[in-house]
Design a protein around this ligand. Sequence first.
Ligand code: ATP
Ligand code: MG
Length: 320
Amino acid sequence: PLGSMAAGVLKDPEIADLFYKDDPEELFIGLHEIGHGSFGAVYFATNAHTSEVVAIKKMSYSGKQTHEKWQDILKEVKFLRQLKHPNTIEYKGCYLKEHTAWLVMEYCLGSASDLLEVHKKPLQEVEIAAITHGALHGLAYLHSHALIHRDIKAGNILLTEPGQVKLADFGSASMASPANSFVGTPYWMAPEVILAMDEGQYDGKVDIWSLGITCIELAERKPPLFNMNAMSALYHIAQNDSPTLQSNEWTDSFRRFVDYCLQKIPQERPTSAELLRHDFVRRDRPLRVLIDLIQRTKDAVRELDNLQYRKMKKILFQET
Ligand code: ATP
Ligand code: MG
């Protein structure tokens, strides 16, 4: 049975239309947990009617702040259902059961952050270029529709079995640009988002900043300032010079790309469309970079010790 509150709002046909009426417990079988967040968990599952493999984000709307949780679910569903691009996660529908929304999406092997965790070392420059290129295509699509992701980081950039790059996690996204609220994950936040706490607005350029931080994350395994507490990091980002790539092993092209993303003044920072013309992402690279990276990752997962293996075996789910 639906919660009384949800049952009530479902009388609104516009909201009722956002949800399928089938029982998700019957439709989706073989659930395995693959991720966890503040909202609940994400599962690997199979659609029993079509045999299609999917990912399901279960979001509960019971307990404390039921109304806020329900509004967050509606927001994420409304955002996801309008997306249609090869570099944004494909939305397949939402179901309701026992005060929980089942948000069904295409299944990915894992995030760029999972890759770092499996390999325990930075990615190679061509791999970073390939991931960044895919993410940038996704961002250019969002920004051309006046949408802002607001939580770009390796943990929210997913990879599929055939090596496609998909932006995911639209729980923080803004359907309006410019926007003004304080939203995102501290270490990846653009200075103008932090300063918008007091005044001012920002636009899709905030995602470009976060993409620059994500490049450093992929190259160094952690974003800058990660050893600080979040409050100090926010203060530091707003007040100090932009971070840069530490090692001088990286090419000039990569360094310039990161420096360009991390221009503190948003007007001086390039748009996603401009960055798609940057040499760092346009340079020739082997077609199979990401397919090879995924293969290497799967091999590495098989070699992990027990505890690590249990955490990362999700990368092997699709083949078992
Ligand atoms: P958090 O509070 O951890 O940020 P969240 O609200 O950001 O949670 P998501 O990022 O949407 O939630 O999902 C959490 C994790 O679940 C992701 O980091 C990823 O590892 C995994 N995940 C999410 N969606 C998928 C998917 N479609 N395919 C495979 N794994 C996924
Ligand atoms: Mg996330």
